[in-house]
Design a protein around this ligand. Structure first.
Ligand code: LMR
Length: 308
């Protein structure tokens, strides 16, 4: 049991990497030790799946094949299908059936779907992918625009894929301005920005960070992983929802089934539930469908590699 609401549960971290990276992993172990984290009781670095996945309560799958110059999207998918099929199979074999699996490595939604399909005895609901980073980005952009702290902005939504087709939606977002809550459009008072540059900024933020840092996001991704896992363990606050990529069974918001699609969710007793009944206008509908179409294409390509 980790991340209890009382924040008193000790944890053991099992760190899996490929054999050539084990010396580097030793450096990570040293840094973790040097953090003197109050609840971290043990750290086990390993290159063996049977060690890393044994009796896991929570799995955070961050490793994936990054896109290299000249690499086609298809080649990238093929390499990642191999990785996430192997990790899904290891979860099936060694982890607890109650394990909660968070996929971070890109393309996160499709990698998550492949891992879930490769672990048929673990409920699909136990798998999710990270769109909390996009959610936090959207929240922060609105907060900066309104001159309020990010905590004064609630219920932004990320729909769809963790890619540039994602749809950051503020139609149900509320902003606390000097003590009273306003609908986001009334608080920002700039519909053109909310329907244009705001969306593009959030969609392209990962690429912008890479351009500036020459490296992918790290600190913000780590923070989003913590937020996501904490919410799974401790639940979301009353009246607030978050975004995560979860298994679509085809029953919500007209999103096709058998996709890992980011929805607004509320979490209680370690179970997520898609927030239902939100009004969807034509503007939103088009964007939600476009990101679903990309996910269908990714899934179909990835699944064609499953048997290979
Ligand atoms: C991000 O959103 O920051 C990353 O997913 C970008 C990337 O491709 O690593």
């Amino acid at each position: 049991e980790i991340f209890s609401p009382l924040k008193t549960s000790p944890i053991t971290l099992l760190l899996l990497d490929i054999t050539p990276m084990l010396p580097v992993l030793e450096g990570v172990v040293m840094e973790l030790q040097d953090c003197a984290l109050p609840l971290l009781r043990d750290i086990v670095p390993t290159d063996k799946e049977e060690v890393a996945f044994k009796d896991l309560d929570a799995a955070i799958l961050v490793g994936s094949m990054p896109r290299k110059e000249g690499m086609e999207r298809k080649d990238l998918l093929k390499a990642n299908v191999a990785i996430f099929k192997s990790q899904g199979t290891a979860l099936e074999k060694y982890a607890k059936k109650t394990v909660k699996v968070l996929v971070v490595g890109n393309p996160a939604n499709t990698n998550c779907l492949i891992a879930a399909k490769s672990a048929p005895s673990i409920p699909k609901e136990n798998f999710s992918c990270l769109t909390r980073l996009d959610h936090n980005r959207a929240r922060s952009q609105v907060a900066m625009r309104c001159g309020v702290p990010a905590t004064h902005v609630r219920n932004v939504i990320i729909w769809g894929n963790h890619s540039s087709t994602q749809y950051p939606d503020v139609h149900h977002c509320m902003v606390n301005m000097s003590g009273s809550e306003l609908a986001c459009f009334d608080a920002v008072k700039d519909d053109a920005w909310l329907k244009g540059d705001f969306i593009a900024t959030v969609q392209l933020r990962g690429a912008a960070v890479i351009k500036a840092r020459k490296l992918s996001s790290a600190m913000s991704a780590a923070k989003a992983i913590c937020d996501h896992m904490r919410d799974i363990w401790s639940g979301t606050s009353e009246g607030e929802f978050t975004s995560m990529g979860v298994y679509s069974s085809g029953n919500s918001y007209g999103v096709p089934d058998d996709l890992i699609y980011s929805f607004p969710v509320q979490i209680k007793d370690k179970s997520w539930k898609i927030v239902d009944g939100l009004a969807i206008n034509d503007f939103s509908r088009l964007k939600m469908d476009a990101t679903a179409a990309e996910l269908i294409e990714e899934r179909d390509t990835a699944v064609s590699f499953l048997g290979v």
